[in-house]
Design a binder for this molecule. Structure first.
Ligand SMILES: [Zn+2]
Length: 108
C-alpha cells in the first residue's frame, strides 16, 4: 500500500490518500505521540495540543512543518517542537490509521 497523496495541512492534521482509495486523516498530536523513533518509544513525548497561555515562553500546538520522503517506503515528519527523528513507514502509517483503528466503534 502506497500513498498517492499526502497533505500536511489538511483540516485537522495530515491526510494520506492510499492507492486503494482509502483516505487516512491523522491529527498532528496523534502522529507525534506515535513517533516511531527510539527516543519517543522509550519516553513518550509530551505533546501540546492547546495554545500556550504564555506564547512568549513556548510554541503553539503541535503541527508538522514539513516532511521528507524516505526512499519509496517512508516519510519523515518535521515537527514544530523541533523533533524530526521519526521515520514513519507507509505500512506503519496504514497500521495506525485512526479510521481503521476505530472501525466498528463508529456509526457509519
Ligand atoms: Zn521521535
Amino acid at each position: 500500500m502506497v500513498p498517492v497523496s499526502i497533505k500536511l495541512s489538511a483540516p485537522g492534521g495530515v491526510a494520506i490518500r492510499w492507492s486503494d482509495g482509502h483516505t487516512s486523516t491523522y491529527s498532528y498530536a496523534y502522529l507525534r505521540r506515535r513517533c516511531p523513533c527510539a527516543i519517543c518509544r522509550d519516553t513518550p513525548p509530551v505533546v501540546k495540543t492547546e495554545p500556550d497561555p504564555f506564547p512568549i515562553l513556548g510554541k503553539g500546538p503541535i503541527a508538522a512543518t514539513g516532511a521528507t520522503p524516505i526512499g519509496h517506503y517512508a516519510i519523515q515528519f518535521h515537527w514544530n517542537d523541533g523533533h524530526a527523528d521519526g521515520i514513519y513507514s507507509y505500512s506503519y502509517l496504514r497500521e495506525i490509521c485512526p479510521s481503521e483503528e476505530f472501525r466498528g466503534a463508529k456509526t457509519p
